[in-house]
Design a protein around this ligand. Structure first.
Ligand code: ADP
Length: 482
């Protein structure tokens, strides 16, 4: 079994507790790695290192273009190590290797984009309304950033946070999910290779409250950037608010994927399938509510079942596999509980609905791709985030009905509209309460497009030009020019 150490101040070190915990492979159910169990003493060391690097020494004194160059080099190193890092992620989260490799190959773009932005962060000279002043703004790093990340896309979501944070000149302490810490610990080595000064990037590992909690409460942490469940996000946001820290939150979703009768039905059905079954439904943007206009409801359901029932489950490392295991036993149980809830609420089970136990599933935590029809929006299965391969189909009459169903949840992360009517697409995209609206596509994300949630799905935006401002604070300088 492989034993990892944590990464503080440019070095791999042992945890203060002297203990490690096991990380399991969701496909085999076996432990494959030992992850350091940190506590508040390691958090203290990591935050002190980050604070030191922020305030004195080479990082603090470096020009923005030099910083950009380092960030760019980091992107190159990720590209060179993509396959290895993707394999580590699959061992930990059981997602398909093809998907994780795709993510790892795309991650360098975040570092190239924000690395290029580092020396383009400009203040302004202000046309003052008072005589005798020369006044201008400067954008300064917000400070030490605590990045708390989930298990579904560990390094991709780390990149969303740290690439703009580094461009802004911040220093970072990452706390990856206890289920998928290994890839972030391996990634840390690349900072040294790229030539980053010690202390700019640090990783502490361990459990939510124990490590994440003390990180969020540390007085020298200036900003918390979190991706995870809405319950944990709300808790962390409260803790951060109590200490007046900046916080951005990328939380859950219950996204509506809306098929109108005038849509290209074949295309829409493929979009619906990938929207919910990609990553075994374990994504915040999962299209877990499929809204179908009544005239095409039966056709859509028929086509959907035809494709979904052929989904190939199995080893996530196998290129032929389409649906992998669920990442954790707790998540597996939660999904099965939601299937029970939906059955008890009177939703009509059309496909799946139980654990998958075939030989191809090894000893993994597999749930069959599951589809419920005749779901009503007030049912729990339509309101709550399942984070698994469970699709709820809801019938609607017209545009107004679709909008009221789509917006009738407390989440607002993403949504999609399938239609050939451009006017309808524009009207819907204006009125949908969601941070992302896709038209005739699903799941597209990029470093170029801002991403984040309306309502309970989050605070702040990641990606795109403005994300760098999430890691900057603005100072006004007044000079008496006499
Ligand atoms: P999930 O594991 O279901 O995605 P969580 O939101 O619980 O959802 O976890 C996301 C991240 O938040 C993980 O890194 C986890 O360790 C961390 N975390 C969980 N609870 C807390 C907490 N109370 N304080 C800080 N971090 C936490």
């Amino acid at each position: 079994m492989k034993r990892y150490d944590l990464f503080i101040n440019g070095e791999y070190v042992k945890p203060s507790t002297g203990t490690w915990f096991e990380s399991q492979n969701p496909f085999t159910g076996e432990a494959w790695a030992e992850i350091p169990r940190c506590d508040e003493r390691d958090v203290e060391l990591a935050v002190q290192a980050a604070h030191q690097a922020l305030t004195v020494g080479p990082w603090a004194e470096m020009s923005a273009s030099q910083r950009g160059l380092l960030i760019h080099r980091l992107g190159d190193l990720i590209a060179q190590n993509a396959a290895q890092l993707a394999q580590t992620e699959v061992r930990d989260n059981g997602k398909l290797y093809t998907e994780m490799l795709g993510q790892l190959n795309y991650i360098p773009q975040w570092f190239y984009y924000y690395g290029g932005m580092a020396d383009k962060i400009q203040g302004a000279t202000l046309p003052m309304d008072k005589k005798g002043y020369f006044t201008y703004t400067r954008h300064e790093p917000i400070g030490v950033v605590a990045a708390i990340t989930p298990w579904n896309s560990p390094l991709l979501l780390t990149a969303w946070k740290i690439a703009p944070a580094l461009a802004a000149g911040c220093t970072i302490v990452v706390k990856p999910s206890e289920f998928t810490s290994a890839s972030t610990l391996e990634f840390a080595a690349l900072f040294e290779q790229a030539g980053f000064p010690a202390g700019v990037f640090n990783v502490v590992t361990g459990f939510g409250k124990e490590v994440g909690g003390s990180l969020v409460e540390h007085p020298l942490v200036n900003k918390v950037s979190f991706t995870g469940s809405d319950a944990t996000g709300k808790l962390i946001n409260q803790q951060a608010a109590g200490n007046l820290k900046h916080a951005s939150m990328e939380l859950g979703g219950k996204s509506a994927n809306i098929i109108f009768e005038d849509a290209d039905i074949e295309q829409a059905v493929f979009g619906a399938i990938s929207g919910i079954f990609a990553a075994t439904g374990q994504t915040c943007i999962a299209g877990s509510r499929l809204l179908v206009q009544e005239n095409v409801y039966d056709t859509v359901v028929e086509k959907l079942l035809e494709i979904a029932k052929t989904a190939k489950m199995g080893n996530p490392m196998d290129e032929q596999t389409q649906v992998g295991p669920v990442t954790t036993p707790a998540q597996y149980q939660k999904i099965l509980d939601y299937i029970d809830i939906a059955n008890n609420e009177g939703a009509k089970l059309l496909l799946g609905g139980k654990p998958a136990t075939g030989q191809e599933c090894g000893s993994g935590w597999f749930v069959e791709p599951t589809i419920f029809g005749e779901v009503h929006n007030e049912m729990r299965i339509a309101q709550e985030e399942v984070f698994g391969p469970v699709l709820s189909i809801i019938r609607f009459k017209d545009e107004a009905d679709a909008l009221s169903i789509a917006n009738g949840v407390r989440f607002g992360l993403a949504s999609a509209v399938w239609t050939t009517d451009i006017g309808k697409a524009i009207r819907m995209s204006e009125k949908l309460q969601a941070g992302t609206v896709w038209v005739n596509t699903y799941r597209a994300v990029s470093y170029l497009a801002p991403f984040g949630g309306y309502k309970d799905s989050g605070l702040g935006r990641e990606n795109g030009q403005d994300a760098v401002f999430e890691f900057l604070q603005t100072k006004s300088v007044w000079i008496n020019s006499g």
